[in-house]
Design a protein around this ligand. Structure first.
Ligand code: GUN
Length: 292
């Protein structure tokens, strides 16, 4: 019988741990962690993500600031706002919600963020540090995945891990973390150009599915006893929900789960972990500055 990796529960446990730390900081007269988020335009999904981030800050006792900018904002104006946040000593960390409008270079904006405040872990300095095993801010989803694996005591040393997808924010960084010293998995990254993909995925003890295609991983791609981390969160039409849509993962859950030892559900698996990763990084940013 397979067991569920309950990301909702772990996220709630971590939020409690962070809230206790904030209380200690408050009681000892330290500086309260302060996260800022920059939201450009009013894309529905981005609004939802950012409002969840702000709400999570409030839940653990952080300060939060939301900087809203019109979608017509110039790249120069946005870079000036980033600079102001870099230079504001009260802000411990901040994020610029992606995607940005087409007339703004995301790379320029990411590189403008002070790496010591880059709690998304997207700056090349942080990605570089992570790659060579130095302490750094780890991007939210990879951090959340690693924390689930650690807290559930899932054995990684010497295991075959297949990562499906090579995005800069999930597949590539998680493949680096899974192979690092101390975690010690043997990692293969597969993607849209991979030959014999099902055969390679069948060789996995641990599958991390981050390709963004709902139901992509079928039962015949999975070996008995595999551990599956499903990162997919695609909105698909549904006549059983009020909103008319529901979230579907990259794994054909009903068919695949009976073959697994452990599996993350969608929703309630990796998703809830991403926001606590951001809170964790913000607390870390404050501590590294000696603020707390
Ligand atoms: N858009 C989707 N995911 C993310 C994220 O983790 N950080 C930011 N800044 N934007 C996103």
């Amino acid at each position: 019988m397979y067991k569920i990796i309950d990301g909702k529960q772990v996220a709630s446990d971590i939020k409690k741990e962070i809230a206790e730390e904030v209380l200690k900081i408050r009681n000892s007269g330290g500086k309260i962690p302060h996260l800022a988020a920059v939201l450009v335009g009013n894309d529905g999904a981005s609004e939802t993500y950012v409002s969840h981030k702000v709400k999570a800050c409030e839940e653990v006792g952080f300060k939060s600031t939301l900087v809203r900018l019109d979608k017509s904002v110039s790249e120069k104006e946005l870079l000036d706002r980033v600079d102001a946040l870099n230079n504001n000593p009260d802000i411990d960390g901040f994020i610029v919600q992606l995607p940005l409008p087409d007339h703004i270079s995301e790379n320029k904006v990411i590189e403008a963020v002070d790496p010591s405040k880059d709690v998304d872990g997207f700056h090349p300095v942080n990605l570089g540090k992570m790659t060579i095993g130095l302490p750094s801010f780890v991007p939210a989803t990879p951090f959340g995945i690693m924390e689930l694996i650690r807290r559930y005591g899932i054995e990684t040393s010497g295991k075959n891990c297949v990562v499906i997808g090579r995005s800069n924010i999930v597949g590539r960084p998680v493949s680096i973390l899974m192979s690092k010293k101390g975690t010690d998995a043997t990692v293969t990254v597969v993607h849209s150009r991979t030959k014999n993909l099902p055969e390679i995925v069948r060789s996995a003890d641990i599958i991390i599915a981050a390709i963004g295609i709902p139901g992509f991983v079928k039962a015949d791609m999975v070996s008995e006893g595999a551990v599956i981390i499903d990162v997919g969160t695609t909105r698909v039409e549904s006549d059983t929900t009020k909103s008319g849509w529901k979230l579907k993962g990259d794994v054909d859950f009903d068919a695949v789960a009976p073959k697994c030892s452990w599996i993350t559900p969608v929703p309630g698996g990796v998703g809830p972990m991403t926001i606590v990763s951001l809170l964790h990084n913000t607390l870390l940013a404050g501590k590294l500055k000696g603020n707390m």
